[in-house]
Write a protein that binds this ligand. Structure first.
Ligand code: MN
Length: 197
């Protein structure tokens, strides 16, 4: 099947001033779009042409001969998940079932924030910070470049892109300020709850 670029779930200026319309314009319209079109070119005419993007990621993970397909598929998937991890006027204290689960597994919201921010700050170079479910417990993890929890059999609940293209126009080298804005103003807790089973 052809993999499609999803529309942003909000207007390009809806996350401002935390993430500008200019950043979303480049990030979705150029970066994410390129991963999707590269992926479609790479799988055309191969046995992966009819697979879902999740199947492509799982079938090409750890196969060095298919690194190009994996990188573009995982980046396409990660960005779709990232857009949905955010909403205008989001962030702050969690709501719903995830609030209790965070209190139980992180011993409080403040520890969750500290661990998520630390994962984002300490990811050297490009990558992602995640909230995932592992063995029925919440965990923070970070991945390098295109790597994604679904390649490791883990259920992601939330992600924040820490590639420089995600924040450089708005924060220059201030990755910590970008992570603060994501945590305090952008997290879509309804989306997180929708994956908590
Ligand atoms: Mn990105």
């Amino acid at each position: 099947m052809t993999i499609h670029l999803i529309d942003l779930p909000y207007a390009k200026d809806a996350l401002a001033p935390h993430i500008s319309a200019k950043t979303l314009d480049f990030h979705h319209g150029k970066h994410h779009s390129a991963y999707v079109s590269n992926l479609n070119k790479l799988i055309e005419g191969t046995d992966l042409a009819k697979a879902t993007i999740e199947e492509i990621i799982k079938k090409t993970a750890n196969d060095s001969l298919k690194a190009g397909i994996f990188n573009n598929a995982a980046q396409a998937w990660n960005h779709t998940f990232y857009w949905q991890s955010m909403m205008p006027n989001g962030g702050g204290l969690p709501t719903g079932a995830i609030a209790e689960k965070i209190n139980a597994d992180f011993k409080g919201y403040d520890n969750f924030v500290e661990q998520l921010k630390n994962a984002g700050l300490t990811q050297f170079g490009s990558g992602w910070a995640w909230l995932v479910v592992k063995d029925k417990r919440l965990e923070i993890m970070k991945t390098s470049n295109a790597d994604t929890p679904i390649a490791h059999g883990l259920q992601p609940l939330l992600t924040v892109d820490v590639w420089e293209h995600a924040y450089y126009l708005d924060y220059q080298n201030g990755r910590g300020s970008y992570l603060d804005a994501f945590i305090n103003h952008l997290i879509n807790w309804d989306f997180v709850n929708s994956h908590l089973v």
